[in-house]
Design a protein. Structure first.
Length: 73
């Protein structure tokens, strides 16, 4: 079980980051849509980048789990 712990932690951490980021994006999108007419995409690009990095973290955890599983088999 210790071999799988790093992959599980990466996948869970990435999922938590993604959930928190999606909550913040949905909360801030309405404000940015109303108040920032021209800089809307610039403001939301940070949230998009963080979403991408969260997905990369989740994928990294899953790939790590598969790599450990094939090495232990």
């Amino acid at each position: 079980m210790d071999h799988y712990l790093k992959g599980i932690i990466l996948a869970v951490f990435g999922s938590l980051l993604l959930l928190v980021n999606m909550y913040l994006v949905l909360r801030d999108y309405q404000w940015a849509h109303v108040h920032l007419k021209q800089k809307r995409m610039n403001y939301l690009s940070y949230n998009i980048a963080i979403s991408f990095l969260s997905l990369v973290t989740i994928v990294g955890g899953v790939v790590y789990l598969f790599m450990v599983n094939t090495q232990l088999s």
